[in-house]
Ligand binder design. Sequence first.
Ligand code: GLY
Ligand code: MN
Ligand code: MN
Length: 437
Amino acid sequence: MDLAYMAELPQEEFVERRQKVLAKMQTNSALLLFSEIEKRRNNDCTFPFRQDSYFWYLTGFNEPNAALLLVKTEQFEKTIILLRPRDPLLETWNGRRLGVEWAPEKLNINEAYSIDDFNVVFPKITENLTALYYAPELHLWGDKLLSESAVNFAEILDWRPIISEMRLIKSPNEIRLMQQAGQITALAHIKAMQETRPNRFEYEIESEILHEFNRHGARFASYNSIVAGGDNACILHYTENDQPLKEGDLVLIDAGCEFAMYAGDITRTFPVNGKFTQAQREIYDLVLKAQKRAIELLVPGNSIKSVNDEVIRIKVQGLVDLGILQGNVESLIEQKAYRQFYMHGLGHWLGLDVHDVGEYGEERCRTLEVGMVLTVEPGLYISEDAKVPEQYRGIGVRIEDNLLITEYGNKILTAAVPKEIDAIENLMQKNEQFLKM
Ligand code: GLY
Ligand code: MN
Ligand code: MN
């Protein structure tokens, strides 16, 4: 098995990342980071294994029950991995292991030991070191191993600020993978539009999306897909996906693939029967207007907060124009009257995790920089029991794209899936023709 191929990233990139972390560590310190373990779903069945994103970022190694140790002294810097040893019987039952012997060469790491020997190896390697970089409570199995090893350090430091900042700015190789994740996710949303019709169940559309991810080389979704017909769209994290889609309703789909460990995250909202009603069109146009303005403004030097303030202004003005909110725009913003219809943020960092790591600054005031990737996802959610003109009730709309911040502004990684009303209706019109054949 070629790990470099699996990673879709050159081995050198993982080596460079470790070197960069080592350069930021103080002398006479170690950094300890644990992998994910298998999680039980029920009885002896497990969820599909997904590596911890930090561990992956520094190793490209996809097995459970492993630990990475970086050591920095006056004399040397070295990288050590502790991993599951080879075991022919267990491997026959549960799958192959890289093992201690091959790990240094395959992973470009100085030394490897069995994770079963952590209690012996860790105290020995860290003898005479003064500081340990560690992030407690990420992996309880790791916390337990560490406490059982009974090693004391003068100083415990958190490695998350160092590694999270590195993950926030994407390298050219990462950008290539994220473009691919965006592209595959876009194809799946197009497929969803083509396959949607009244009376299909939400999960049938979900399965079309997952199939499209798989067809293009993305084995998993990067989070549980949301396929929410009608009023279900007003439940932000609706994932039951078990209802039939109704004629005359909108459907909101929030789904993203995971390609080579990197996440896509797109939302589109469109009519189940392929044609927007007047009220749906009005709400949709307002969200689209806000989203397009946000994309113009999400450029180096601006912050998510400053752009979201503009989005809120556009939405409140629009809601007043439609008679959904009453009063003066400034005071409605002041009173946060829009919160009943727009109760989440404008977007988040995107990367190995769908809600990726990296500081946002107070109230998301952090200035955008070249190489960051984030989502832009304004929405409006008017539930069935909202006290608003009747035609607007039960309409939930979100439009979400993924942006790479560039020196010229930004690049939309998910532009391949339509969001203009005409383009969606044209695409879905073909569904009807297909049906009548
Ligand atoms: N799909 C999760 C989100 O949009 O934040
Ligand atoms: Mn998102
Ligand atoms: Mn999303």
